[in-house]
Ligand binder design. Structure first.
Ligand code: KG4
Length: 338
């Protein structure tokens, strides 16, 4: 809100395999949230095919923006700024959303605000909890990133720890593929492990010394060795117990460092964000520990954990209010850091 006037942000997201557009009021109220998902298409290849993703974004992006505006009951002229993901993500995919946003800004004269996709994931929590305000800690876990962030202010944040190799989502997706669950692995593995024995299979864990960093490649390799070892003996793993044990091990590794961050910073307000924050094993582990330690825990509703444009519009609102404006030569940054 500025001088009593509502601020409307059009958000556009195309960093991976979802083409999304949304209109959000004052960073918190979702007026529309449209997603054209390509997941079914990529399923037959067992993962996202970058070039095909870009082409599908080209077809979907403008109709998705039009639908977001019409669902919100507004015209482009009513919008205060266009917020768009400019990284991290697949470069071709990012360029499609970015080009669309730039075109809209060029024709309408509206300001362009580039948004870091990871900051967007954190902002998903603002859409679900109206009382939530910084400072807080956030465990941001997605397909490409796993990090613990200290959110000092809406636009000002510091990474306290990050993965040195695989992201948690990557470690889940790769093992899901090996055991034949297909793509997207995360939700399928979550479902497969329901009711399974979380202690039946044991995986080696890597500790990154005194840091808050993570490592998931050792855990993933240990799961692969277990599968291959059993297959060589003509045995198969028990999918339910194996997936329950594996997800539990990942959740425990994420929990351990996050709780150390809580102790070190003294901040007892904690958010989860990113696609993996939809995981029921992770949520259960954090729920239990938060209750025990008196930590106020937040995680977004399931549809806001994975990629969407409402979170980009929310984050874009705070960047916009903080004075961020980008020019039309803004580029896509596939490896953009926090
Ligand atoms: O945040 P996101 O949609 O995209 C990125 O920005 O990376 O995250 C995608 C990741 C994938 O690895 C996907 O398998 C994982 O989130 N994921 C899950 C679940 N839902 C999505 N992982 C575990 N359990 C889930 N329920």
């Amino acid at each position: 809100m500025e001088n009593g006037k509502d601020i409307l942000i059009l958000g556009i997201e195309s960093s991976c395999d979802e083409t999304a557009a949304s209109v959000v009021k004052n960073g918190r109220v979702i007026l529309s949230n449209c997603i054209a998902s390509q997941a079914d298409f990529h399923e037959e290849y067992g993962g996202v095919v970058p070039e095909l993703a870009s082409r599908m974004h080209v077809d979907a992006v403008y109709p998705t923006v039009q639908k977001a505006l019409s669902d919100a009951g507004v015209a482009l002229s009513d919008i205060d700024a266009v917020a768009v993901t400019y990284g991290p993500g697949l470069v071709g995919a990012l360029l499609v959303g970015l080009s669309c946003a730039k075109g809209l800004c060029e024709v309408s004269g509206k300001p362009l605000v580039g948004v870091n996709h990871l900051k967007g994931h954190i902002a998903a929590n603002y859409l679900c909890f109206e009382e939530l305000e910084p400072p807080f800690l956030c465990l941001c876990v997605s397909g490409g990133n796993s990090m613990i962030v200290r959110v000092d202010d809406y636009t000002d944040m510091t990474v306290l720890g990050r993965t040195r190799d695989d992201a948690a989502g990557e470690a889940i997706d790769k093992i899901a593929r090996v055991i034949g669950l297909g793509y997207p692995g995360g939700p399928k593995m979550d479902k497969a492990g329901q009711g399974g024995d979380t202690s039946r299979y044991v995986f080696s864990k890597t500790h990154m010394g005194d840091t808050l960093d993570f490592s998931f490649s050792g855990l993933k390799t240990s799961a692969l060795n277990l599968i291959n070892g059993l297959r060589q003996k003509g045995e198969e793993i028990d999918i339910k117990d194996f997936t329950a044990s594996y997800q539990h091990a990942i959740a425990e590794a994420l929990l351990k460092n996050t709780m150390t961050a809580v102790e070190q910073t003294g901040i007892k307000k904690l958010c989860l964000a990113g696609g993996v924050s939809a995981n029921s094993f992770l949520r259960a582990a954090f729920d239990k520990e938060a209750k025990k330690k008196g930590i106020k825990l937040y995680y977004p509703a399931l549809q806001y954990c994975t990629d969407n444009a409402a979170m980009i519009a929310s984050c874009g609102y705070y960047e916009f209010m903080n004075g961020k404006r980008d020019t039309l030569d803004l580029n896509a940054y596939p490896s953009l850091q926090m």
